[in-house]
Design a protein around this ligand. Structure first.
Ligand SMILES: Cc1cc2nc3c(=O)[nH]c(=O)nc-3n(C[C@H](O)[C@H](O)[C@H](O)COP(=O)(O)OP(=O)(O)OC[C@H]3O[C@@H](n4cnc5c(N)ncnc54)[C@H](O)[C@@H]3O)c2cc1C
Length: 513
């Protein structure tokens, strides 16, 4: 057994969640070791959609342009009846949204993962070690953590000790098992057939996600690339993917979209079965061990938010961890990770379940669910913003969201990624620390408080998008966290300045760069 030098953070799993948090930590100059059982990106297609909030995180990683090259904006979501008549249509703007990106984006997960892994090479403080299987995780008396892994190339066993361990190791997480966390089942288990195909033929379809509501054979169709397509169909009892390995056996399912295309013009890339589940871990942390991504939550993919939830976790935790490691935030800052992320993840899973119910439920209940979804979605919590628009619910109150004596209207929501007077987007000018967006001029005394705490400022010009945003929120200024969530917003700016944390990680790294 080999004992190794200790980095402050070890990340188990180099899927989308693990590579994202490793990159974000590296941007703060935090060293970390990223371990994955595979030498290269897992090649199987899975996620195909991400929204404009997640695109903003992808941009933060520095790969917005590269992602644009491997993705295509989609026009939204249609619910169809079994005869392919439109029950409801939720349009998405393919132009740039308030977050600065198209609201719905189609892509192929291995392409995104390859991009994220390639991007890691820009950060020498991250070491990615593939072909290693993490077999054990143990906390020591002093709070440090021993991570045991087996090098699959020679079967040698290694132990590395670290201060913080991030379990980004997916649905069957070893880390989750080792911290005694259990998945709470939100009562959804359905077997679905997932088909990835390619054709150069023009299918002539509306360019968004088609969800067929059918208690017998619910299905989804979407175009994910110039010639790439994805279908998903609920499997009937007794059926398996083996019954659908050829175009001929798939024809009855995909005929509504492919009637004008010959068999030989469609290439099957993958036909497989997935069990879609809705689960959330009962605890996301023990000591300095944290769960992120599919290790902490699983959702059916009906609103395309599983991978996105992992990236939201990474964005939420990275700056808090960087601040604690730098000694600039108190250790209990880390409590807010689960407090904020768990309710959000649960709300998004419930939303996916509501769409799943409308697609699959039979009998009077199914008809009611469909009618509810189509006509009354404004009354279902979270529905209005997420299905009608692409905005997700505000984060719940925590040490870093809102407080009793300031309005909560904006707190917990993302600030707009507005276009500034110089033509740049706000995210590109704020840096990775805290910032204050204010409609009121900053006095010299306030300026020195802000500078002393490492806070960036942005003066919202009268009539600008940001000034309008503040006005609609009935406030004069807002404190924006490094993850672009509003921490506080108030009319009285003095109150805001009194609440600013001391967080200089960003500046320190930039001054070293
Ligand atoms: C059919 C389907 C469609 C989907 N569609 C969408 C969609 O449209 N939009 C969306 O947002 N999401 C979608 N998802 C969900 C999305 O694919 C997952 O949420 C996402 O992959 C989770 O990322 P992760 O990094 O948390 O976990 P994973 O992708 O599972 O990555 C975990 C990593 O950990 C590694 N690992 C695991 N155990 C160990 C160990 N013991 N030692 C070392 N390494 C280990 C694995 O090799 C892997 O690289 C879909 C999923 C499926 C199946």
């Amino acid at each position: 057994m080999t004992r190794e030098a200790s980095p402050p953070v070890v990340v188990v799993g180099a899927g989308p969640t693990g590579t994202t948090i490793a990159t974000l930590l590296a941007q703060y100059g935090i060293r970390c070791l990223l371990l994955d059982r595979w030498a290269a990106v897992y090649p199987q297609p899975r996620a195909v959609h991400l929204d404009d909030e997640i695109y903003r995180i992808v941009a933060r990683l520095g790969v917005a342009g590269e992602f644009a090259a491997i993705s295509r904006p989609a026009e939204g979501l249609r619910l169809l009846d079994p005869a392919m008549r439109v029950l409801a249509e939720f349009r998405r703007d393919t132009a740039l949204s308030i977050n600065g990106f198209p609201q719905a984006n189609m892509f192929d997960q291995p392409d995104l993962e390859a991009l994220l892994r390639h991007n890691l090479k820009r950060y020498p403080c991250v070491e990615l070690r593939g072909n290693v299987e993490v077999t054990d995780v143990a906390e020591q008396h002093d709070g440090r953590i021993n991570v045991t892994y087996v090098d699959r190339t020679d079967d040698s066993t290694h132990v590395v000790d670290t201060d913080y361990l991030l379990g980004c190791d997916g649905a069957n997480s070893v880390v989750r098992a080792r911290i005694g966390s259990r998945m709470h089942d939100m009562n959804f288990n359905q077997r679905w057939l997932v088909i990835d195909a390619a054709t150069d033929a023009d299918l002539g379809q509306w360019d968004g996600v088609h969800q067929v509501c059918d208690p017998v054979r619910a299905g989804t169709y979407m175009r994910i690339g110039p010639s790439r397509y994805r279908w998903e169909f609920r499997l009937l009892p007794g059926e398996s993917a083996d019954d659908f390995r050829t175009i001929q056996t798939l024809r009855p399912l995909i005929a509504p979209w492919t009637s004008n295309v010959d068999d030989e013009d469609i290439e099957l890339i993958r036909v497989t079965e997935y069990t879609f589940r809705a689960r959330i871990a009962d605890r996301w942390r023990r000591g300095n061990i944290f769960l992120l991504g599919d290790a902490a939550h699983l959702t059916p993919p009906f609103i395309g938010q599983g991978l996105g939830a992992g990236l939201r976790d990474a964005m939420n935790l990275a700056w808090k961890l960087a601040g604690v490691i730098a000694g600039e935030l108190p250790p209990n800052a880390l409590d807010s990770y689960e407090q904020e992320r768990k309710p959000h993840a649960r709300q998004m899973i419930r939303l996916a379940l509501a769409v799943g119910l409308a697609m699959t439920a039979g009998g009077d209940f199914g008809n009611l669910a469909r009618r509810l979804l189509v006509t009354r979605m404004h009354f279902i919590p979270g529905m209005r913003n997420k299905i009608v628009g692409s905005r997700t619910p505000a984060l719940r109150r925590s040490a870093f969201v809102g407080s009793s004596h300031v309005p909560r209207r904006l707190a917990g929501t993302l600030c707009p990624n507005a276009v500034c007077a110089d033509g740049h987007r706000l995210d590109d000018v704020l840096g990775n620390g805290f910032s204050v967006i204010t409609a009121l001029p900053i006095t010299a005394a306030q300026r020195s408080t802000l500078d002393a705490r490492g806070v960036a400022t942005h003066l919202a010009a009268p009539g600008s998008e940001l000034a309008e945003w503040l006005r609609r929120g009935h406030v004069s200024a807002a404190v924006v966290r490094p993850d672009r969530t509003v921490m506080y917003a108030a009319r009285d700016v003095q109150k805001i300045y009194a609440l600013l944390p001391n967080f200089k990680c960003d500046r320190r790294v930039r001054s070293h760069a």
